[in-house]
Design a protein around this ligand. Structure first.
Ligand SMILES: Nc1ncnc2c1ncn2[C@@H]1O[C@H](COP(=O)(O)OP(=O)(O)OP(=O)(O)O)[C@@H](O)[C@H]1O
Ligand SMILES: O=C(O)c1ccc[n+]([C@@H]2O[C@H](COP(=O)([O-])O)[C@@H](O)[C@H]2O)c1
Length: 202
C-alpha cells in the first residue's frame, strides 16, 4: 500500500478499516489473532497495523528500529493481504493516537475507522494524551487479554464512557455506530506478548 494515496478505493464506498496501533517489538501471533478476529467479528474490509514510531509511554531503551518492527509485522501478517502493516504515523507526523485518528479521518474521508486494542491498553488509556477524544472520534473494539479483562472494565476510561458500551453479541454493528461507542469482546485469549519474546531473546 502507498500509505498516503488520497483514496485507495477510488470510489465513495464507506470502507470499514480497523486500526491496530502498536509497538510490535516484535509482532507475534497474538496480534494476528486479534487482527483476524476483527476482520470476522466486525466485518471489516481491512486491518491496518500502525507500527508506532515510539509509544510515548514506553522507554526508548530496548525499542527496536521502526524498520525492524515493521518487518516483523509484515512477516507475522504474511499471507493475508487484508492485514496491512503500515508506518502511517511516521508519514502523518503524528505520535499520539488522538492526533493520528484526526489526521486519518481527514486523509481518508471515505473510510469508517474503528480503533482496536487489547484489554491491557484500556487499563492504561487514562494516561494517553487527550484520550477522551479517541472515544469521540471513532468506535473502539477491545479484546480480552490475559488477566486484564475484569479489572479493565472498572478503569477510568471504561467508567467515563460506560453508557456508550454496546453489546458484545452484535460486534458487527459497532463500525456503523456514531462515536462514542465501544465494545468489549470476550474472545478466546491468546497468551503471546512481545515482552515474553524479548525476554527469551536475551
Ligand atoms: N495476546 C494478545 N491478545 C490481545 N491483544 C493483544 C495481544 N498482544 C498484543 N495485543 C494488543 O495489540 C496491540 C499492540 O500490542 P504491543 O505491540 O504492545 O504488543 P505487546 O505484546 O502488548 O507488547 P509488550 O509486551 O512489549 O507491551 C495492543 O493494543 C495490545 O493490547
Ligand atoms: O496517544 C497516546 O498518548 C498513547 C500512549 C500510549 C500508547 N498509545 C498507542 O497505543 C498503541 C499500542 O501501543 P503499545 O506500545 O502498547 O503497542 C499504539 O498505537 C500507541 O501509539 C498512544
Amino acid at each position: 500500500m502507498t500509505p498516503l494515496a488520497p483514496n485507495p478505493w477510488g470510489d465513495r464506498r464507506r470502507v470499514r478499516i480497523g486500526l491496530l496501533g502498536g509497538s510490535f517489538n516484535p509482532a507475534h501471533d497474538g496480534h494476528r489473532h486479534i487482527a483476524q478476529l476483527s476482520l470476522k467479528l466486525l466485518r471489516l474490509h481491512e486491518v491496518w497495523l500502525l507500527v508506532s514510531p515510539q509509544n510515548p509511554l514506553k522507554s526508548t531503551s530496548g525499542m527496536a528500529a521502526l524498520a525492524e518492527r515493521l518487518a516483523s509485522a509484515q512477516a507475522v501478517m504474511a499471507g493475508n493481504p487484508r492485514l496491512r502493516p503500515t508506518t502511517l504515523e511516521t508519514a502523518l507526523g503524528t505520535r499520539y493516537t488522538a492526533d493520528t485518528l484526526t489526521a486519518l479521518a481527514i486523509r481518508f474521508p471515505c473510510a469508517r475507522f474503528v480503533w482496536l486494542m487489547g484489554a491491557d491498553n484500556l487499563a492504561q488509556m487514562e494516561h494517553w494524551a487527550r484520550w477522551p477524544r479517541i472515544f469521540r472520534t471513532v468506535p473502539v473494539a477491545i479484546f480480552a487479554r490475559g488477566p486484564y479483562s475484569a479489572r479493565t472494565l472498572a478503569t477510568k476510561a471504561a467508567r467515563r464512557f460506560g453508557r456508550f458500551r454496546v453489546s458484545p453479541t452484535r460486534p458487527r454493528a459497532l463500525c456503523a455506530k456514531r462515536p462514542p461507542a465501544w465494545a468489549f469482546l470476550h474472545i478466546r485469549r491468546h497468551p503471546a506478548s512481545s515482552t515474553a519474546i524479548r525476554s527469551r531473546l536475551v
